[in-house]
Design a protein around this ligand. Structure first.
Ligand code: AMP
Length: 117
């Protein structure tokens, strides 16, 4: 069950501030508060779901496409990482170390990511 008592729900609803990068109907992108590399941005979906599996199962094909188009638009156009390169990842569950149970993907870049997990 999705629990609204999570930090990204609060950011999405303006209850907690964030350093916003981009927003549209499907997603909100903002800088990670604890960056692991020079550019570390989170792209959270607007739908209430805990992880990738719930997002894909609970969304239409158009919504999934719109989310991933937003993800690449933020990485390539907004952050300008297309030329130098970047990594995207999502954590699901305990073994992945997922901290916040609201589906999001990390965009990592701005420097060599060798050694950055
Ligand atoms: P994950 O382990 O994939 O759930 O990642 C959660 C990420 O959220 C971590 O990289 C945290 O540094 C980041 N984070 C936690 N709280 C905030 C916040 N208030 N603003 C921005 N990023 C946050």
């Amino acid at each position: 069950m999705y629990d609204r008592n999570n930090i990204f729900y609060k950011i999405l609803h303006g209850e907690i501030p964030s350093k916003k990068v981009f927003e549209n109907d499907v997603a909100l992108a903002f800088y990670d508060i604890n960056p692991v590399c020079k550019v570390h941005v989170l792209v959270i979906c607007k739908r209430e779901c805990r992880n990738l599996e719930e997002f894909v199962q609970g969304s239409s094909a158009e919504e999934v496409k719109a989310y991933f188009e937003t993800l690449t638009k933020v990485a390539e156009d907004v952050l300008g990482l297309g030329r130098s390169g970047y990594r995207v990842l999502t954590n699901t569950g305990r073994d992945a170390g997922q901290e916040v149970e609201h589906f999001h993907m990390h965009i990592l870049g701005g420097e060599s990511l060798k050694g950055v997990l």
